[in-house]
Each structure stands twice: as C-alpha cells, then as structure tokens.
Design a protein around this ligand. Sequence first.
Ligand SMILES: [Zn+2]
Length: 253
Amino acid sequence: MLNCDIERISRIADAIKKSKNVVCITGNESVVECGKMNVWDDTNIFRVEKTYGKAPEEILSAGEFSTRKERFYNFFKKEVLGDLPKPGITYEVIKNMKDAGYLSSVIAFSIFGLEKMAGVEDVIELSGSVYDYYCCNCRKDYDLDYIKSFKGTVPLCDECDSAIRPSIRLFGERIQNDLNTQAAIACQKADIVLVLGVDLYGSKIQYCTSHYRGHNLILVTENEHFGDKYADEVIYTKSQDFMRCLWQHLSRD
Ligand SMILES: [Zn+2]
C-alpha cells in the first residue's frame, strides 16, 4: 500500500509540520503488531472459553475480580502478563515525533505501557497499565516485579494482607474522570488527531473524538470496521508501516 501512497503520506506529513497541535491515539492493533497475542481474536476467544469457562471480557471484569480473584489472576498472569510486548517502530516514531515537537499529546487505549517504554513521558493512559498495581484496602502502590515474584496466585499487600489489583480499567469500570477530561481537552485543542489501530465505533474513543472540532481525524487501521466512517481519512495498513513511512517524510528536511 505504501509505495503507491507516497503522495498521501507526504501530504499528511506536510499537514503535521504546519500544525500546532497534533494528538496521537494508540490502540490494540498497534500492540498486536508488537507481538502481543490478541485474546480477542476468534481462535483465542474459543480457547479462553474452553480453558477458563468464560470469555476474556467476563474474566477481566470488576465482578470477576471481586468474587473470583483466583480465576482472575490465573487468567491475568498467563494470558495478559505471559507475553508482554516490547515497543516496535510505531512507538519509536511516536517518541521521535514527540521529541521533535510534532505531537502535543499521546493518548493510549491499551494497557501495555508501550509508549512509556519507548521513552514518551506524559502519556494519558486511559485504561491504566499492567506495570502499575495497588492494594485494594490501603492503596499502597506496587510494581510488576512484586506481582511476578509473589508466592501464591493472588498477590497480597505486605502492609495489610489485602488483595492487590492491577491499575487497569476492568470491564464494567469507568475510565477515571480526570483522565477522560485530559483526553477530551487534548482532542478539543487539536488540529489533527491521528488514530492508530482503534475501532472508532467504541464509546470510549467516541468520548475523545466527539471533543475534536477539526476536520483532520486520520485513522490508520489494518482491517475495515463499522466505525471507520467517523474518520475524515482512513488508511488501511499496519500502524508500523504507516509510521515508518511518515517519519521518513517528517525527518526529510
Ligand atoms: Zn494494603
């Protein structure tokens, strides 16, 4: 796709160079491109239901965590923490663009902290991060190493012996208000919103994009979705291919 769309990418790069406020929103597709198994593809959903007796979104839910912590953590440790991805070219380019002053805000919908791992500091992590944990009772903070090295399925607080939970948004929970507000303000001020691998039909992303007042919402996605119609421009390709090519154009001068 990219060889025949050089003009298109060049035009987008020029628009980004002229813009004062570009927001980048990252999602699940760009995580999968970094090697993370997608528990929501058809094969895995079937396997998860067979192994754990429930669908992924039922296990990764607030209800499951409060009532079945053992099953929650069995799933979480194997399926979510089992093959943690490393940031690929998409995230390297986001970091380069941030350093070069091309990006004003980065909003992450995934929970794998790839933007921060790539060195981007001020990321709005709308769904939290698998690298952060806290005690449900006394709110003491913990890191991933503590969870991994804990002897026992459900990690417990070393102060009060209560269960520790991941600082991620579980199904059935809302995005924290302050994060939602930060994301909404970033989109409101944006000239260009660049969305990488998110279905625009979801209510969480629509909350962000509904605050955008411009006409340059660019979606990069590998597969067609119903929500693509909400973008001003859609580029059907992998995020990493688009970003590699975009950076070639941005760094040309
Ligand atoms: Zn505690």
